[in-house]
Design a binder for this molecule. Sequence first.
Ligand code: RNT
Ligand code: ZN
Length: 419
Amino acid sequence: MTTKERYLAAKEYYATVGIDTDAVIAKLKEIPVSLHCWQGDDVIGFDHDGPLTGGIQTTGNYPGKARTPEELLQDMDKAMSLMPGKKKLNVHACYAIFEDGEFVDRDKLEPKHFAKWVEFAKERNMGIDFNPTFFSHDKVKDGLTLSSPDEETRKFWIEHGKACIRISEYFAKETGVPCVMNIWTGDGFKDVPADRMGPRVRYKESIEAILAEPFDKNLVKPCVESKVFGIGVEAYTTGSAEFSLTFAATHDGCLPLMDNGHYHPTEVVSDKIPALLAFFPEIALHITRPIRWDSDHVVLFDDETKEMAKEIVRCDGLERVYMALDYFDASINRISAWATGFRSWQKALLAAMCTPNAELKKLQDENRMTELMLRQEEAKMYPLGDVWAYYCEECGVPADRDMFAAVDAYEKEVLLNRK
Ligand code: RNT
Ligand code: ZN
């Protein structure tokens, strides 16, 4: 049987449970998922020579990482050729692309330093999301940026944030797609602080100063990302969950961003999505895979990933939730890491959209819990793989079975020649 024939059989099966798989595929093709540029070079960027510092870490030393803008864009193109569905670019400020001999510090960045990203995105019909980079820089003073007690330090980072707002608006205007701009800092302390509130008050005022930069709320969507702890700053995080959520809730136009690696190990973001959607018109996500901590492993088609996608779909939240990937594995082929994570999230969305959500909700509301359990178990064995294979074929990307050969060939032809 061909992929198409298997799909047609699956389609017939899904029709019996009220799901139109053609419609699902057509819709899935149009849902943008933001693809992080930082998987390609282990979160280094182009504006400094030093290592990744500031509460996050990559581990591994797999050969072939991108070292220049040209290499990174080439690798991203290769990775995207292995991903079905609609992509949006996610760029960090440290990925500014300067002309030869040019350099400006982060507080002085301008739209022109990202013109190459715009060109790349436009040619591929993509929007762009953006992130100020509050790490890997010598102006991170004693582990603090926007919450530092040192006024000059705070000022530098506020100026950086403002510059990023202007760049975000430029992205939105150029691409015609709103730009989600995410504020995350690794600010915190390794050991027990004497003042927990001071840094948070300063952080609040600094973010307010950044958001005082004029911008069109329809074009720029600022977010604040929380975290439980960072590596080396285990005792205290300025931008905790309560801080970030309350900030977003009390500042019009500011979105909360939940990264599912940033909570205590038994907390799940899937349960938090509907809670936030009950209050916020729009929210943002970083989708990752935390193993025991914020380890940022490649996203897989695992239970919590499925559960998060399910919540977005059954809360009718596809238009209200900005979805971005955020992981970085330096121990395996980076193209494969990129593509596998993106494909896993696509699978999760597909699975969620191929579930009879209305029927299941009705069973819950009628307290028919025995039947609900059986129906939910039944749904797990629907012929999703046949729909997925056809979706990949339709999008012109390899089937799962052909992925390794594709990444292996690129590794041999391109990556291993980077000496
Ligand atoms: C770090 C946060 C943050 C970063 C990126 C690179 O723990 O998740 O989102 O991963 O900004
Ligand atoms: Zn994140």
